[in-house]
Design a protein around this ligand. Structure first.
Ligand SMILES: NC(=O)c1ccc[n+]([C@@H]2O[C@H](COP(=O)([O-])OP(=O)(O)OC[C@H]3O[C@@H](n4cnc5c(N)ncnc54)[C@H](OP(=O)(O)O)[C@@H]3O)[C@@H](O)[C@H]2O)c1
Length: 510
């Protein structure tokens, strides 16, 4: 494996949850695979006063709990931690950055890291602009082509709406050039998401039928069984639209619908993704009211015990109108997809934990076996993003015996059946790409703005139309009944079933 250039990875917000659960475990897993540079330092930066030893102890605990490879590599924890350092500064204070610069220069001298710095913003989004400006103030943003690089990874959420995303792009561009900015959406780091590209563009079998002539409709679903848990404060501000729809699901949609890129490199890939996002049919009042359903989970007795309502969760207002579920029908107005409905849904406290894309193919032109398949035809292609990562295909076969009855069968591929294959976590893949300077799986500024531009009318509609309903759905059902009515009967893989022990009570909450 080609290792990245020697460098320092500087994580802002290093005392937080993301560093503990995801970033350090992912970096450790890369270390176990000898994928990190010959020489590197991971420098955690935060306000919390913590000794180097205390920080390392905390990171060790995180690695022990969350690394994928630690069980077979416990002996590597200490050597890895010898490359981890911590600096406590007030990240909001400009003058503090002289300390950071000094620290980086001294690491460069000892570890031969050559002035190559990868900054990771794992702080609340309100700090992104300040940190960029402060890095600028001490000239830590400036790279020199061919000599040393400066890159910055920006966590989600990137903006709160179109105006704030445009503004953040502007502010970051005052300091960094676009090629230095890596906007992360960890969905794009998932193997199965990247596999969409390989599946589509390496097989003569699928791409010729991947269009409006053969595809009837597409379902994209990201369902979570868990509720909001301890993230009530964050979620109250975000809701399902900002937390899932604007980023993960829009990017998934772009990968499903994009044209083949001319080359397999960042610029071409991103160009094609952006074209899809720009071709989304804009949301107006009528389409919002007819094609979008918002919901919020309510309490229910289920086979998982009694599950409380969203409004009863910690840090959630008792009259909250934040949606925990959203379903929508959208169209992509281009030659490939004109008039093909894409049904997107995401929610918390649904009956299953899954993310998948189902491509429903049109029926054969001569309806010899009409009515014998569920949905428009017997043929479906199922891309399972998580869990049970894999691909399924459904088709009709003759049912043995007399007559010509159709039996629907499924052909399944599961990643877990690939012997001895380690599937890297999304953060491993994305961190390594940024260390290599490959932005292909990061989000370009125009893509971020295109998704917000699409979503913005919906956010404004919710804000200004108090009669735009928020439906209650009992925990462990597939969302509000109205969401099931968005998609014609028989077209969906997800029946309106539930695993609750009482007759579900669907309500209107706002
Ligand atoms: N956790 C996840 O799984 C996850 C997933 C996707 C995206 N993200 C994003 O990643 C970022 C970090 O998330 P997190 O869960 O790690 O958050 P967190 O646990 O709250 O940690 C953020 C860290 O930033 C520092 N911080 C907090 N407020 C600050 C302020 N006003 N000024 C300067 N520093 C401040 C804190 O350290 P000090 O007080 O020590 O400075 C804190 O430890 C967020 O933008 C989040 O949306 C997180």
């Amino acid at each position: 494996m080609l290792r990245p250039t020697n460098q320092i990875v500087v994580i802002f917000g290093a005392s937080g949850d993301l560093t503990y659960r995801k970033l350090l475990p992912a970096l450790f897993d890369l270390y176990c695979q000898s994928a990190l540079p010959d020489s590197f330092i991971i420098l955690g930066v935060a306000r919390s006063s913590m000794s180097h030893a205390a920080f390392c102890d905390k990171m060790k605990e995180g690695i022990e709990h969350f690394s994928n490879l630690v069980k077979k590599n416990e002996s590597l924890i200490e050597p890895f931690l010898s490359r981890v350092d911590y600096l406590s500064i007030d990240t909001a204070g400009k003058t503090e950055y002289f300390k950071l610069k000094e620290k980086l220069l001294s690491i460069d001298k000892v570890y031969n890291t050559g002035g190559n710095y990868l900054f990771y913003l794992a702080t609340p989004p309100s700090m992104y602009e300040t940190i960029a400006q402060n890095l600028h103030a001490v000239d830590l943003h400036q790279e020199e082509a061919g000599k040393y690089f400066r890159r910055i990874i920006v966590e989600k959420p990137f903006g709160y709406d179109l105006a704030s995303a445009v503004d953040l792009n502007k502010k970051l561009h005052l300091v960094f050039s676009e090629h230095q900015i890596y906007r992360i959406d960890h969905y794009l780091g998932k193997e199965t998401v990247q596999n969409i590209l390989v599946f589509r563009f390496s097989n003569g079998l699928f791409e010729p039928i991947w269009n409006r002539n053969f595809i009837h409709h597409v379902e994209i679903t990201a369902a979570e069984t868990l509720g909001v848990g301890s993230r009530g404060r964050y979620y109250e501000q975000a809701g399902a639209i900002r937390d899932m729809l604007q980023n993960h699901l829009m990017h998934l949609l772009a990968l499903i619908a994009m044209e083949p890129p001319v080359l397999f490199e960042a610029q071409s890939l991103q160009n094609e993704m952006v074209k899809v996002l720009q071709a989304l049919r804009p949301l107006d009042k009528e389409s919002i009211e007819n094609n979008i359903i918002r919901g919020q989970y309510t309490g229910a007795r289920t086979n998982r015990g009694f599950l409380a309502a969203y409004r009863e969760e910690k840090d959630v207002a008792p009259d909250s109108t934040t949606e925990t579920f959203v379903a929508m029908k959208v169209f992509i107005d281009n030659w490939r997809w004109a008039d093909v409905p894409f049904y997107i849904r995401t929610g918390k406290r649904l009956p299953s934990q899954l993310t998948e894309v189902i491509i429903h193919l049109k029926a054969t032109p001569q309806a010899l076996f009409k009515g014998q398949c569920t949905g428009p035809s017997c043929n479906k292609i199922i891309l399972r993003i998580q869990p049970e990562e894999g691909i399924g295909m459904q088709f009709g076969l003759k049912s043995p015996g007399s007559g010509y009855n159709v039996k629907q069968v499924q052909m399944d591929f599961k990643y877990s059946e690939l012997a001895n294959t380690y599937i890297p976590s999304a953060y491993e893949r994305l961190l390594l790409d940024a260390m290599h300077g490959d932005p292909a799986l990061y989000i370009r500024s125009d893509a971020v703005e295109a998704t917000w531009k699409f979503i913005d009318p919906l956010l404004k509609h919710i804000q200004t139309n108090k009669d735009f309903k928020l439906y209650g759905y009992p925990s462990c059902t597939w969302g509000p009944e109205e969401a099931n009515q968005l998609i014609p009967e028989g077209w969906s893989e997800y029946p309106a079933y539930c695993s609750i022990e009482e007759e579900p009570k669907f309500t209107v909450l706002g």
